[in-house]
Ligand binder design. Structure first.
Ligand SMILES: Nc1nc2c(c(=O)[nH]1)N[C@@H](CN(C=O)c1ccc(C(=O)N[C@@H](CCC(=O)O)C(=O)O)cc1)CN2
Ligand SMILES: [Mg+2]
Length: 286
């Protein structure tokens, strides 16, 4: 293997330390960031993520509330809870854990969260602000990708970035963020002809398609930075990314592992957004 590993856990820990320090200073001014996490149903993976979010809040000195609602909760009951949290003064961020049960319309729920408290960055106004370059709360996983690049000294500026996948939660926003960071961005998807050839042109290759081990060594330009946002559960229970790590690492200059790459950044960027929302709510600039 020739590639250097981008250690998402280590970088995430460094950022958390910065957040912890800033939170302590903020508390001396009487401001404590507060996050409300809402979980509907008993999806096992979601339960783990929600627990980890509450733990991160405790660890960093945030106030937090976790609302665990039964799977049968109606959409209007959930919207009622969001309405209450929107008006609750000690809550700066509201996160509704996804996926939601099928009888609840995700869009209606996201639209109901007040933009100032949209720490997931999924609200249409947050998405619009990202598109036009206004300051907004950025979606956590895409923001985590940019942090990983910057903190490994791999600034996107002037580079050719190829993004594989066009989802609303990763592919599209990460493309916009790379563009904002002055990369030349190519967005690709399942109908892009000769995807390996396009991928091979990338200085920075970001993969978020949900196909286990899709990206092989011959998709990677020698020395390129490969960021794997995929999280696929294999039949043996093991987690793997959208990149065939062992193979692609033979060509890449830098590469993220799964687990331990992009994943740990998601909750850390959520904490960063909550801190930012708390500062804004109290008229304190970053
Ligand atoms: N409202 C939201 N729902 C969901 C989001 C989100 O950002 N907002 N993202 C995912 C789940 N998620 C956080 O909610 C999340 C996923 C993965 C990780 C993570 O640390 N992954 C680790 C591996 C974990 C494991 O072993 O299972 C890694 O990749 O290293 C954190 C958070 C969907 N829902
Ligand atoms: Mg990872």
């Amino acid at each position: 293997m020739s590639a250097q590993i981008i250690d998402g856990k280590k970088i995430s820990d460094e950022i958390r330390e910065e957040i912890r320090r800033e939170t302590a200073a903020l508390k001396e001014r009487g401001v404590q960031p507060g996050l409300a996490v809402v979980l509907v149903g008993e999806d096992p993976a979601s339960q783990v993520y929600v627990r980890n979010k509450a733990k991160a809040c405790e660890d960093l000195g945030f106030y937090s509330e976790v609302h665990r609602l039964p799977a049968e909760t109606s959409q209007s009951e959930l919207l009622g809870m969001i309405d209450r949290l929107n008006r609750q003064g000690n809550i700066n961020g509201i996160l509704v854990q996804l996926p939601l049960p099928k009888h609840i319309e995700e869009k209606a729920v996201i639209d109901a969260i007040s933009v100032e408290k949209d720490v997931d960055g999924f609200h249409p106004v947050s998405v619009g602000n990202l598109m036009i370059g206004d300051d907004s709360l950025l979606p956590c996983t895409p923001a985590g990708v940019i942090e990983l690049l910057k903190r490994t000294g791999q600034s996107p500026s002037g580079k050719h970035a190829v993004v594989i996948g066009r989802s609303n939660i990763v592919g599209k926003p990460v493309s916009m963020l790379l563009l904002r960071e002055n990369a030349t961005v190519t967005m690709t998807h399942s109908r892009t002809p000769d995807l390996p050839k396009v991928a091979r042109q990338a200085d920075i290759l970001v993969v978020a398609v949900g196909v286990a081990k899709l990206v092989k060594r011959d998709w990677v330009k020698p020395g390129a930075v490969v960021i794997d946002v995929g999280m696929n559960r294999l039949p043996d229970g093991k987690l793997c990314g959208d990149v065939d790590f062992g193979d692609a690492a033979e060509a890449a200059g830098w590469i993220t592992p799964v687990p331990g790459g992009v994943g740990p950044m998601t909750i850390t960027m959520l904490m960063s957004n909550t801190l930012k929302a708390a500062k804004r709510a109290n008229g304190i600039d970053r």
